[in-house]
Design a protein around this ligand. Structure first.
Ligand code: BGC
Length: 344
């Protein structure tokens, strides 16, 4: 159920492959070796019509030149580190400040723009690996990263992350898929539930202030399903700073999905399960149609929503958050599942 084809050559002359993982019920997932990137997820709507629910690109050039991390694996440290700086055992590490020269965003993009090695592990699981050298983007330790993608018969996609360093370091891995369950337009009409009693408010650079704020009585209360667009424009300082939702939710430690999204038009449902403590809800607020994506269509504001499972942003500088420090040889391991279904 896994096929392999060429997906072209990077500007540096590296070959990139595309793998398609399918199940017998009609779901297919395309993964490319550039960035261990989810390139497409094709799932049926309530009438059985198959559609691609990922916002992204048809070709490698799009991923290389225009990407806002569409579908990419992100690390070493997904999300932001304030002032591109943190201290470990008294040693200060200065990282690449790839966001406005101020913050380190998504580990400087290293994992997302690397070409990964791929192995077909079995008929429904693809494994990818990449080794990041000691000091890459300023982080300590040579780290072996592994990501596997498994497609199950119940239309779920499981992503397993594994990383092990030869020195004490910080690790936070995620996938940056932008979902649009309608396969067109914007996602403001999608309904969303997030099982989180709290979120982490941010400053003007999208860095957490350290506060863990209860969602009750705020536009961040998604504990009862509501359309994403209902409160996104509310007169709230947090929403104004980020032009909408671009925040980490502190997931409740309870049974059931961490989040559920539903598109009333197509009937598609996406359930998210994870063992991580946080999830970044980002609604493509900074996309503006300035470049084209799949089928040459402009990638518009709110074209997709991301549910980036993660440690909280800037954890290395926030002692009050669940910590993301790993000793030499101590593996980082995490599982995230996206399960697709339909509702009538
Ligand atoms: C961040 C956004 C950013 C996007 C693309 C998200 O994880 O929270 O602020 O624009 O990634 O880089």
């Amino acid at each position: 159920m896994i096929t392999k084809n060429s997906f072209g050559t990077t500007q540096n002359g590296e070959n990139v492959d595309i793998y398609t993982i399918g199940n017998t019920t009609g779901m297919e997932v395309d993964v490319i070796t550039y960035g261990a990137t989810l390139n497409a997820i094709r799932t049926p709507d309530r009438d059985g019509n198959i559609g691609d629910v990922l916002v992204g690109f048809d070709d490698l050039e799009g991923h290389e030149q225009h990407s806002n991390y569409q579908g990419m694996t992100v690390g070493r440290y997904a999300n932001r580190i304030a002032n591109g700086r943190f201290t470990l055992d008294g040693v200060e590490y200065n990282l690449v400040k790839n966001e406005k020269g101020i913050t380190c965003l998504h580990g400087g993009g290293e994992l997302s723009h690397a070409v990964w090695s791929a192995t077909i592990a079995d008929d429904c699981r693809l494994e990818m690996s990449y080794t990041s050298p000691d000091g890459a983007m300023g982080f300590p330790g040579k780290v072996d990263f592994r990501v596997s993608f498994t497609v199950y018969e119940d239309n779920s996609l499981e992503i397993r992350y594994y990383a092990v360093s030869d020195k004490k370091t910080v690790i936070n891995m995620t996938n940056h898929a932008y979902f649009n369950l309608a396969c067109h337009g914007d996602i403001l009409g999608h309904e969303l539930m997030i099982n989180a009693d709290a979120f982490t408010p941010t400053d003007e650079h999208s860095i957490p202030t350290g506060e863990i704020r209860r969602v009750e009585g705020t536009p961040f209360d998604f504990r009862i399903t509501k359309p994403i667009g209902r409160d996104i424009g509310a007169p709230d300082e947090q929403l104004r700073n980020c032009k909408g939702y671009d925040h980490n939710f502190c997931l409740n430690d309870s049974e059931g999905p961490a989040a559920v999204a539903y598109d009333p038009e197509s009937g598609r449902v996406l359930e998210l399960f994870t063992d991580m403590c946080g999830v970044q809800l980002y609604c493509g607020n900074f996309l503006n149609g300035s470049y084209s994506g799949k089928q040459g269509k402009p990638v518009i504001k709110h074209a997709g929503f991301c549910l980036e499972t993660q440690f909280y942003p800037d954890t290395p500088n926030c002692p009050g958050f669940p910590q993301c420090t790993y000793e030499a040889g101590q593996p980082f391991e995490s599982i995230t599942v996206f399960r697709f279904s339909v509702r009538n």
